[in-house]
Design a protein around this ligand. Structure first.
Ligand SMILES: [Mg+2]
Length: 404
């Protein structure tokens, strides 16, 4: 058995699933006609397993490609390694693959693989410490309780085994995402019945269509409901300025990615100063320097990095804390399966602040197969189960498995 804070990696496995859906999930730049999920599991010599999820919604072959990258590039670098600190391991792996990233021109897929590996190593480390990941990362808890770590039992904490150490997390607000452009009110009503109080609508489908959709959603909800909109980088700056003014009457909590994420900071600042609606972005800012530049620009009120697209816990958490310190809301982006969603919740608790976690409200068997926390009056509370607090039920998911 290894020391409590050390893992010797013995296995790295990848798992790809695709679930058919009845209705495509549409946004301003494309559509998902099925739902993919790519997971990585990392097991250590004590039989403890950590899990991570790779962002892989686009392109349609993204899940298989990223899983193969992990299996062929990263797994051989991990098996046999003694891991003391997931953040150090992230830095080591990033250094080793740096030239391959340049040579292949694939910073996105490599970055997403590293992000998922980082999640899995953190899940593993927190399980070893018999702590829920949010507390392992220093997050706040709701109720007083015996919060000291338990010593893992002989052989280590088993994957998925709950250890009661007392104290739940602070409540974390969540919002129902992925609504529209068609049928948003119906999905929102279902989400309301499940406890959601905040709702995000997709826009970017034409001015009149967008405004009619926002009005219809607003009017279908109780007055005090929180509503946001997401343009998925659809507009040039002049249209974004016009839309921001036209959207002002709907009391929106934020306007997300009205222009392309890589537009110059000066353009974002000009839009922010003209927009009556707070601006949000981050899911397509995939480096520390770009996220820090976004914080420094003052243009965004809401920062939304994606824990499976770039950075994992080790890179995003320090940035998230800087964002909260700067007075921004940290609202992690997620629109995939259950592991990335629960990881986003742990990340948000650890970061602090009052930000929301995104929760896709569209049907997705690859999210619904997980025992996620219930939503009560718009918020979730994370348990004190070790690590992420859940593991995939591989038998339930088997029908969706893609062989690589
Ligand atoms: Mg978005």
């Amino acid at each position: 058995m290894s020391a409590q804070n050390e893992s010797v990696v013995t296995r790295v496995d990848v798992h790809v699933f695709r679930a058919p859906i009845a209705t495509a999930v549409v946004n301003a730049f494309g559509a998902m006609r099925n739902r993919p999920m790519a997971l990585v599991s990392i097991e250590d010599g004590d039989g403890i397993t950590g899990w991570g999820e790779v962002w892989c919604n686009f392109p349609v072959v993204g899940a298989e490609h990223r899983a193969r990258l992990i299996a062929s590039v990263f797994a051989p670098l991990l098996v046999g390694r003694t891991i003391c600190d997931p953040a150090c391991e992230y830095a080591r792996l990033a250094r080793i693959v740096a030239n391959q990233v340049l040579q292949t021109g694939e910073p996105g897929p490599f970055g997403a693989c590293l992000a998922a590996i980082d999640q899995a190593l953190h899940d593993l480390a927190a399980r070893r410490a018999a702590l829920p990941l949010w507390r392992y990362l220093g997050g706040a808890h709701e109720r007083a309780g015996p919060s000291q770590a338990r010593i893992p039992p002989p052989g280590g904490q088993r994957s998925g085994e709950a250890a009661s150490v007392g104290g739940l997390s602070e409540p974390v607000p969540v919002y129902a995402s992925g609504l529209g452009p068609d049928g948003a009110e119906t999905i929102a009503q279902h989400a309301r019945q499940r406890g959601f109080r905040a709702f995000k609508l997709k826009v970017g489908f034409g001015r009149e269509h967008d405004l009619a959709n926002v009005r219809a959603l607003r009017e279908s909800l109780p007055v005090r409901s929180t509503v946001m909109v997401d343009a998925n980088q659809a507009w040039p700056i002049d249209e974004a300025q016009t839309m921001a003014r036209l959207l002002a009457e709907f009391d929106l909590t934020w306007l997300e990615e009205p222009i392309a994420a890589d537009r110059p900071p000066a353009e974002w600042q000009a839009l922010a100063s003209a927009s009556p609606v707070p601006l949000a972005a981050g899911e397509n800012l995939c480096s520390a320097s770009r996220l820090d530049a976004a914080i420094a620009s003052g243009a965004l009120r809401v920062l939304q990095p994606d824990i499976g697209k770039w950075g994992g816990f080790s890179q995003i958490l320090p940035i998230a804390r800087r964002a909260v310190q700067a007075g921004m809301r940290f609202c992690p982006h997620w629109l995939g399966g259950g592991i990335g969603l629960i990881a986003s919740m742990h990340l948000r608790v650890a970061a602090g602040g009052d930000g929301y976690v995104e929760w896709d409200a569209n049907p997705n068997p690859l999210r619904e197969a997980f025992a996620l926390p219930g939503v009560v009056d718009g918020s979730v509370v994370l348990s004190d189960a070790p690590g992420l607090g859940l593991v995939p039920d591989l038998r339930a998911l088997e029908a969706y498995r893609v062989s690589l």
